[in-house]
Design a binder for this molecule. Structure first.
Ligand code: F6P
Length: 343
């Protein structure tokens, strides 16, 4: 078969490892040929691609970003998009199938195309870990590891100055990165969108820590909305596409803590460094396994399905299942973390 690979949506460490393993598996096991589609759906629609040989994917498992480039182009919103045009373009470009590697938006596009007769399978990716039907997505472990390292650094400077340090992390509308990195760094408060903690409660935790002569570390997910302060944070706002605005909640929270407690406080918005650089070992392995599975799904003609991690096994799941709402942090996980807040 001649198979196209594309990466779409925000980049994420591990994308290149998927590309590498799918290509190596396809060449070795099935005698496939591969095409790397540039910039997500745009490249598929416009026929912008490169041949991918075994040599082209050498050493890619450890490399961050995506060698194919990415974009947020929607396959139905592009002027030359839509299933008929895409099928025709694939016929002209001699493409038998497409592996689409992306998050919720990409997978929703893949599902719709598959329903409309385009031979496409998915691979889930996102640092946010918010996709249902897979226990973990690659990129998440790397983001947690980068955020944890940054928090360890914030703690030494915070302790030196007796300052409260706020760390704003990514995660879009869920708190997985905040929960895991905050627990790993021993944060004194972790604030996530799924749990509406009030500012008064946050300040109480911070004061408890400072009363013991320590400096508090507060981890806040970018999508957090404090209970009772919904209106006050409304203008911190969102970007046009619904993403939380970088630094919005972190800076607001920092001002609030300082005003309410009198404790000098600083915010650090970790931003895109959480998505940059090389993937962790865990993410390399997960992405590699996803690439192998996706290739097998193509040969099964399991269009509209994706690779997923269930426990320790890589399984085939229908994209419908993956797109059935966001995977939020359960209350029980938050309660567990909360045992160690304040202290
Ligand atoms: O979905 C991944 C993510 O990094 C979110 O955590 C964040 O809200 C968003 O993408 C940032 O998007 P952009 O890179 O377009 O600013």
């Amino acid at each position: 078969m001649r198979i196209g690979l594309l990466t779409s949506g925000g980049d994420c460490p591990g994308l290149n490892a998927v590309i590498r393993s799918a290509v190596l598996h396809g060449i070795k096991s099935y005698g496939d040929e591969f095409v790397g589609i540039r910039d997500g759906w745009r490249g598929l629609i416009e026929g912008d691609h490169i041949e991918l040989s075994r040599q082209d994917v050498r050493g890619l498992a450890r490399q961050g970003g995506t060698i194919l480039g990415t974009s947020r182009t929607h396959p139905y919103n592009h002027p030359q998009g839509g299933p008929e045009n895409i099928r025709e373009r694939m016929r002209r470009d001699d493409l038998d199938a497409v592996i689409a590697i992306g998050g919720e938006g990409t997978l929703a596009g893949a599902k719709r195309l598959a329903d409309d007769g385009v031979p496409v399978v998915g691979v889930p990716k996102t640092i946010d870990n918010d996709l249902k039907a897979t226990d973990y997505t690659f990129g998440f472990d790397t983001a947690v590891s980068i955020a944890t390292d940054a928090m360890d650094r914030l703690r030494t400077t915070g302790e030196s100055h007796s300052r409260c340090m706020v760390a704003e992390v990514m995660g879009r509308h869920v708190g997985w990165i905040a929960l895991h990195s905050g627990m790993a760094a021993g944060a004194h408060a972790i604030l996530i969108p799924e749990q509406r903690v009030s500012i008064d409660q946050v300040c109480e935790w911070v004061q408890q820590v400072h009363a013991r002569g320590r400096a508090a570390l507060v981890v806040v997910a970018e999508g957090y909305v404090p209970e009772g302060s919904e209106e006050a944070v409304a203008d911190k706002g969102q970007e046009a596409d619904g993403r939380p605005r970088l630094g919005g909640i972190g800076n607001w929270l920092t001002d609030q803590i300082e005003q309410h407690t009198g404790i000098e406080t600083r915010n650090t918005t970790l931003g895109h460094i959480q998505r940059g650089g090389n993937p962790t070992g865990f993410d390399r392995v997960l992405a590699t396994r996803f690439g192998i599975k996706a290739l097998d799904l193509v040969h099964e003609q399991a269009w509209g399905h994706m690779a997923a991690l269930r426990g320790t096994e890589i399984e085939k799941v229908n994209l419908t299942e993956a797109l059935d709402g966001l995977k939020e942090v359960p209350a029980s996980r938050y309660e567990e973390a909360k045992i160690l807040f304040g202290r």
